[in-house]
Structure formats: C-alpha cells, structure tokens
Design a protein around this ligand. Structure first.
Ligand code: ZN
Length: 186
C-alpha cells in the first residue's frame, strides 16, 4: 500500500459500519430515502466542496449520526476506529436525553468551542440539511418551521466560521437559495 492510503481501510469500514447501524432508518423527507444517503452526502460535500483530504474527518463524517441516532456508543467507535475519531463524532453528537429546544440552544453555544475538524463536519452536515429543506423537506413541516430551522443553522454556523472558505460559501449559497424558495412559498 502506498503511503497515505492507510486511512482508506477504516474509511470503508466506517461506511459499512454506518450503513449497518442506520439500516432500518429513513430520512424524514417525503422521499424517505435510506438514512445512510445523508452521512455519505456529508462526506461527499467535505471532499468535493471543502477540498478536505483528512481521512479522519471523512471517517467521522460517515459516522457522525451513529451515536446520536442509533444504539452505537462512543466506546464502540473508539474501539473500532480509535479515540480520535470517537472524540470527533462525540463533538458533533447532541445529547438526546435533553429536550429538543435545549439541544438546539446548546449547538449554537458550543459551536465556537468545537475543534477545527469537528467544525468541518458540522458545516458539511448543515449544508446538506439546508439543501434538504428545499429538495426533500421533513414530512409535515410547515414553511414557518422550515424557515425557523434555517435561522437556527445560521446561528450555529456563525460559530464555525473561519474554518474552510469553500464550505462556508457553499453553506451561504445553500441558505440563500433555501430562503428564496421558502420566501416565495405561500
Ligand atoms: Zn447529520
């Protein structure tokens, strides 16, 4: 194996692991696409729009919702993928035992405290979620609720700025486009 290729093995392990953990889940949109499409898209955005080549960040992106949304634990991630990856995934994991409004408030508050690598995952995640608000919005969400969601992501991303110009401009464009669509909506 050529130097620098070592990370490819855990990256593909992470894809298989994440696909297995999310296997019974669907996205909230009307299309109900398989959940795994989302972490794959987050990693794709990091590579293509952020120019990210840090395989640890890409592995964390693939795994970023496994602790929050499946029975996976941080210890399990640490055992399989190492403590660095586990820390990174935990940084972008909300505490599901707290009420949703509190979790949202904490994401805004903690954004500035995220490590530089966790900020990249957060940025790409929000880019995908903002795009989904237009392309395949969560089933039953009113236009107002979707607008509130966009406003909230803007507050989170404000704390992640100065990390990656490509991702930040992709986020800004996604936000602008989503707002235009939702402003025109009845
Ligand atoms: Zn996500």
């Amino acid at each position: 194996m050529k130097r620098g290729e070592e990370g490819l093995l855990p990256l593909f392990d992470a894809l298989a692991f994440s696909a297995d953990r999310h296997r019974l889940q669907r996205r909230k949109g009307a299309a109900a696409s398989p959940y795994i499409n989302h972490p794959i898209e987050v990693a794709r955005v990091l590579v293509h729009e952020g120019g990210v080549r840090d395989l640890g960040v890409l592995i964390a992106a693939v795994l970023h919702d496994t602790i929050e949304d499946t029975a996976t634990t941080g210890e399990e991630i640490a055992e399989r993928f190492g403590p660095d990856i586990a820390r990174l995934v935990l940084e972008v994991t909300d505490d599901k035992s707290t009420p949703a409004a509190e979790r949202k408030r904490r994401q805004v508050e903690h954004a500035t405290a995220l490590s530089p690598r966790a900020r990249l995952v957060r940025l790409a995640d929000k880019i995908c979620n903002v795009r989904d608000m237009v392309a395949d919005p969560p089933h039953g969400w009113s236009v107002e609720r979707r607008r509130d969601y966009l406003d909230w992501t803007e507050r989170v991303i404000a704390g992640c700025r100065g990390s990656n110009a490509g991702l930040e401009s992709a986020y800004d464009q996604a936000l602008l486009a989503a707002r235009q669509v939702l402003t025109a909506a009845p």
